[in-house]
Design a protein around this ligand. Structure first.
Ligand SMILES: NC(=O)c1ccc[n+]([C@@H]2O[C@H](COP(=O)([O-])OP(=O)(O)OC[C@H]3O[C@@H](n4cnc5c(N)ncnc54)[C@H](O)[C@@H]3O)[C@@H](O)[C@H]2O)c1
Length: 476
């Protein structure tokens, strides 16, 4: 294949879907029903800014309503188009099914570069976009619940929730109309970092299986592994930070819009992030080496490659040169269908997007449930009980006393013990359980079926089977 034959993002998702359904025995016609996008709404609206009217184009796509509400982020970027939004909505359907978040798939986008607008201008634009979607029930706690994606975050979600409340003054569940909100606007602890945390938990689970580590031509643990990450935004930053600070990984490459930094000794993620915040890019960072053609660093030798920026970055033009033997797709669709073929033939192990970045929607689900139940999270679950018990045992050992003795708690212990399991602990353990269980469901298919040679096909098989079962149960 040459570069001109590169399929679009939407075609790539469909090609990978087709590869999986060819191995399934679905009732006639159901495959087509699952694959197609149910509806895409395009809106153009004007906002008076800087003395003139600016017209913006936005989309909200609903891929599958086999479960409602449908769920999926809202992206702000210049490249947003219908094809992209539909591909992302389809991935949301498969992702939610894989991790058993009870939602259908949706996605939205607004064609604009958020860096070109002031905060108060972005608020006006966001509120107007939200108004257009809310009045058509394309944002609604029972029907369609957005979340952050590229170019958006907590701030935009808070504006959307407030806009919904203004238009639905008697809806007590208004907070559940969007997830990824700030804590003081009905959000949940651990949501901001959830997708990056999920990438870390996915790698933890991968490294619990020696057979899988060997398949990726690696050995040992995460400690000391060389990691290259593309995109130091919400997902890439948190993934790189947790992997370097908690697991001992060396971040040997960071690729951003203006170029890349490489350093065999490992880069300080926090310091690079602060540099980007101050200077708008990685160029000039005082440590490591700056590479102007950042995308070339995707081809650098490393153990784990984490594309966490955007789709299509590993494609027919560079797939053969990729040296990492393990790629975890933190971004949606970073590998095109053609590149996926090349990498699979080379024996590269790919942990697919629909699983790898599902931490965001998983914790969004917790937030939505919290908003609907109107109860603060913090009841003690089994794992928290165990953790509390362990804390108690450790403290008693420290004091060298038996259980019946009178004893003084250390202030640190007292604070932790009396606090019990807080919301953050619950969110983390729920996310960890979800990432473990979903990985095991994929790997079971990967290792038990002769005709399944990769994790992506396994992920599609698991999720399509669940979507198909929903359609069959509800009747068409
Ligand atoms: N935010 C979430 O919770 C979430 C959940 C699931 C999946 N995702 C996916 O993860 C990816 C990143 O999302 P995000 O929320 O972290 O976005 P973000 O806007 O917070 O960060 C994106 C980062 O990538 C950088 N970037 C953009 N284009 C680049 C390029 N060509 N080369 C190198 N760097 C580039 C940006 O400068 C920015 O630092 C997207 O594919 C998104 O769909 C995000």
């Amino acid at each position: 294949m040459n570069a001109s034959k590169e399929p679009s993002f939407r075609e790539s998702v469909d090609l990978m879907f087709n590869r999986a359904v060819a191995l399934m025995d679905l009732p006639p016609g159901l495959e087509e029903k699952i694959r197609v996008c149910n509806a895409t709404y395009t809106v153009r609206f004007g906002v008076r800014l800087r003395g003139q009217i600016h017209t913006f184009t936005g989309y909200r796509s609903v891929h599958s309503e086999h479960m409602e509400p449908v769920k999926g982020g809202i992206r702000y970027a210049m490249g947003v188009n219908q094809d992209e939004v539909e591909a992302l909505a389809a991935l949301m359907t498969y992702k939610c099914a894989l991790v058993e978040a009870p939602f259908g798939g949706s996605k939205g986008g607004l064609r604009l570069d958020p860096r070109q607008w002031e905060e108060h201008e972005l608020e006006l634009i966001t509120r107007r976009f939200a108004y257009e979607l809310i009045k058509r029930d394309l944002i609604n706690p029972a029907q369609n619940v957005p979340a952050p994606d590229m170019g958006t975050g907590e701030r935009e979600m808070a504006w959307i929730a407030d806009q919904y409340k203004r238009m639905n003054t008697t809806d007590i569940n208004y907070r559940a109309c969007v997830t990824g909100k700030p804590i003081n606007a009905g959000g949940i602890q651990g949501r901001v970092e959830a997708t990056g945390r999920g990438v870390q938990y996915a790698l933890h689970e991968f490294f619990r299986h020696p057979e899988d580590i060997a398949a990726a031509k690696l050995s040992g643990t995460l400690d000391g592994k060389r990691v290259v990450v593309q995109g130091l935004g919400n997902v890439g930053y948190h993934a790189a930070k947790f992997l370097s600070e908690e697991d001992g990984c060396l971040i040997t490459g960071i690729i951003e819009r203006d170029g890349a930094l490489v350093d065999a000794k490992g880069l300080n993620v926090e310091a690079v992030r602060n540099w980007i915040a101050r200077h708008g890019g990685v160029e000039g960072y005082p440590e490591g080496q700056f590479v102007k053609e950042g995308a070339k660093v995707l081809e650098q030798a490393c153990d784990i490659l984490i594309p966490a920026a955007m789709e299509g970055v590993i494609n027919l033009s560079n797939a053969a040169q990729i040296k990492a033997s393990l790629i975890i797709e933190a971004a949606n669709g970073p590998i095109t269908a053609g590149a996926d073929d090349i990498l699979r033939q080379k024996g590269t192990v790919i942990i697919p997007d629909m699983y790898a970045n599902a931490g965001g929607v998983t914790v969004s689900y917790f937030e939505w449930v919290k908003n609907l139940s109107h109860i603060r999270f913090g009841r003690i679950g089994r794992r928290q009980e165990e953790a509390r018990h362990q804390l108690l045992v450790t403290e008693l050992q420290r004091l060298n006393r038996g259980l019946g003795d009178a004893w003084e708690m250390s202030p640190d212990f007292k604070q932790k013990y009396l606090k019990g399991a807080g919301e953050l602990e619950l969110v983390r353990s729920g996310l960890d359980d979800t990432m473990r269980t979903a990985y095991q469901s994929m790997r079971e298919v990967w290792h038990s079926r002769q005709d399944v040679t990769d994790l992506r096909t396994a992920a599609y098989l698991v999720s399509i089977a669940k979507v198909a079962a929903s359609y069959r149960a509800m009747g068409l």
